[in-house]
Design a protein around this ligand. Sequence first.
Ligand SMILES: [Zn+2]
Length: 394
Amino acid sequence: MARRETPAAGPGSRALIVDVVRSAVTISRGELADKTGLTQPSISIIVRDLIADGIIHEIGSTGSTSGRPRKLIAIDPANRFGVGFHLGPDTLTCVAIDLTGGVVGREVVPRVPHEIWPADRLARRFDDFTECLDLPRGRIEGLAVVAPAAVPGQPDTAHELGLLRAELTDRIGVPVLVENDAAAAALGEFWSRRVSRDQTFGCVYLSTGIGAGLVFGGALHRGAGFDAGELGHVSISYDGRPCPCGNLGCVEQYASTSATVRTAREDPGLRARLPLDGSEPSAYDAIARAAVNGDPAAYAVLDQAAVFLSMAATSMVNLLDLGRLVLTGPGVALAGSIYARRLRTHLGRTAHARHRHSLTVELSTQPRDAAGIGAAALVVQAAIAPGHTAGAAA
Ligand SMILES: [Zn+2]
């Protein structure tokens, strides 16, 4: 690779080095120079600063062809933490992670759907959560609060959170970010899976809505107004079901967990067999549990939803030429394999670039907590690899 020198102390070079060390897990300074195109002296200065700041540490040596041992460096996980709150359909999930994305604490508390918590209540929750985990305030890099993207006609939680941001920052004394849940989940998967910044990475977040998060060059793609990734409003039928967004045939009307529950409730056999009259999340989980336990009608309902989702996923993959896709969110917590299998098969037949490069489809390992983990990852990335995170939607 041609050497392209950039200023040693520039935040871009620092973020680049943090990103390469994170995705490599362990690496020597010489390998860093090869991978980044920066010169050895620049690498030495930036790595020295990152070690002094407690972001990177030396973890031993390895042999080299010259016989001189090379010191290996890695992200220092235990020194600092990010905290994320996810306002889900009926819960608030609180997550704390270390710098490598490892979860160090998690709590879920009930929440009335669409209820906006005032800043003082969010601040008390933050205090309780971090005190129970014994996380010193001075080592918490910030809090990110994430919520589903707004649906026309319903309260805009993300906007409301944006209005609370300044007061919440004052009350808890650390920076506060606000983001939509699908975008946050994608950044969380990017960070904790150690995805390389060279990959064109996407995430599908399946919940009561359907969102996508996109990470290009190590940074979340947000669009003109933090609204990128509205996969749920990709139409799969030009004269299909009307959607509150104004379009017809939006995939969200066919494949979201809400749509799946509606479909199952219309099936008299499923209605008689499964507990579908409770809350929507509990009804969805009952369908998913039955599907993986061999109930053919429940399986058919989920598999049909997965076919619809696959059609929209093809549009997204082709538009953006993605190389790696992760499925996450509560909709894939119990029966994710049904969705993953459909998407792999469908994209294997329809992805435009399938003959030129592979497209991997993976399942999140923590789909219910992915948005909370992602929120915390937003904080960590903003703190140790600045330049990627614009700040907040408000
Ligand atoms: Zn729509």
